[in-house]
Design a binder for this molecule. Structure first.
Ligand SMILES: [Zn+2]
Length: 375
């Protein structure tokens, strides 16, 4: 029996893998910070054996509450990911599964690899409707790419979408894949109506270094990018620095920052009610957006989510707060679950890549509904 992690986003620490009935593992922290929760490893040589895998340091994960009701994902081919029995007891997370083949992968959530990311860029460019720009390089020299879709007319509304500031939140890039596919479909009436009036600026992966390294929350320098928006630097947070510079150049009329939440088993948004300039106009836009989103996707809801910020109490280092205040625009952090949407649960798959992709498609309907009021 062998456990390995030397592939894109691979991450686990093996303490003892001699006995399938008692495989001892640890979550591996991000490369330059203490955050730990993401895991992704390959297990070979255990076909038809009952494998009991213990994460002995699960209690010191970034979000221990994320393990309640959580089921890990597994795949034989890295295309089809399914949930496997998982329990959290006495601070230890345990996966118990009998693989039906000699080679099987286990992960915290369905991965989205750097190769997939590059293919996504290539496919978008190949549509003939999308321009790819390089905004700069990450800490480790990977490309920070921006997709621009639309006529780029001065009068166009500027819609910005960023995803995967937190690299372990792979659902965010699946969401972008769905949104892009619909936006680049020349037969889709919603896409056509949107592109009549708006130019889209999309960063499918804000944190390529952290993604490849299998980090949960930080870039290669240990920065939590979603706490860097007030004073980003080229040395510590170039990913934010360059995207922010581009935003200041284009302007922003609507901003969506796409994330996953470890703990809350619902899809929800968090807005800018705590920024100094929040007012009735933004509040009305929020209501319109949320109603349209709920109509477009039964996976969206507005009952469960984060507690609202008190007036003036927003954390201005976060992307949504900084953008909302800087551009006086509708700005949302969109959160999807790592576990499942408890309003529409799926025992076999939980929340996954495909469901994130469908949500990305639906988000365009919500964006269209607010377009006339954005300025
Ligand atoms: Zn996040």
């Amino acid at each position: 029996m062998k456990i390995s992690t030397q592939f894109d986003a691979g991450a686990v620490i093996v303490i003892d893998a001699e006995n399938p009935a008692d495989i001892r593992l640890q979550l591996r922290p991000d490369n330059a910070s203490d955050f730990a929760q993401w895991f992704y490893f390959r297990l070979q040589g255990a076909a038809y054996q009952n494998c009991v895998m213990h994460f002995e340091n699960a209690a010191s994960a970034a979000y221990p509450a994320g393990w309640e009701e959580y089921q890990a994902v597994a795949s034989y081919d890295r295309q089809n990911w399914f949930r496997v029995p998982t329990r959290y007891e006495n601070g230890v997370l345990t996966i118990e599964h009998t693989p039906l083949a000699n080679s099987v992968y286990y992960a915290y959530f369905e991965p989205y690899s750097h190769e997939q990311h590059l293919n996504l860029l290539g496919d978008a460019q190949g549509s003939g409707l999308c321009q790819i720009d390089d905004l700069g390089s990450t800490v480790e020299g990977r490309d920070i790419n921006l997709l621009t879709i639309g006529n780029q007319a001065a009068s166009d509304l500027k819609v910005w979408v960023t995803a995967r500031q937190h690299p372990g939140e792979t659902m965010a890039e699946w969401f972008v894949e769905g949104l892009l596919a619909r936006l680049l479909d020349p037969q889709d009436p919603t896409a056509r109506a949107l592109l009549d009036q708006a130019t889209f600026y999309i960063v499918p992966n804000m944190n390529p270094d952290g993604s490849v390294r299998g980090n949960l929350r930080t870039n290669a320098a240990g920065a939590n990018l979603n706490r860097e928006w007030q004073n980003p630097t080229v040395a510590r947070s170039p990913e934010v620095y360059y995207v922010r510079e581009k935003m200041l150049e284009t302007g922003v009329d609507l901003f969506l920052d796409i994330h996953g939440d470890e703990t809350i088993p619902f899809v929800f948004v968090a807005g800018t009610e705590g920024v100094p300039s929040y007012n009735g106009r933004i509040a009305e836009l929020e209501i319109r957006f949320k109603n349209a989103f709920a109509a477009a996707s039964p996976d969206f809801q507005d009952e469960h989510g984060y507690a609202k910020d008190a007036p003036g109490q927003a954390n201005m280092t976060m992307a949504t707060a900084w953008v909302g205040e800087q551009f006086k625009c509708l700005a949302y952090t969109l959160e999807m679950p790592f576990k499942d949407n408890d309003n529409l649960p799926d025992d076999d798959f939980g929340w996954n890549g495909q469901r994130s992709l469908r949500l990305g498609e639906a988000a365009l309907s919500a964006i269209l509904s607010v377009l006339p009021q954005l300025r």
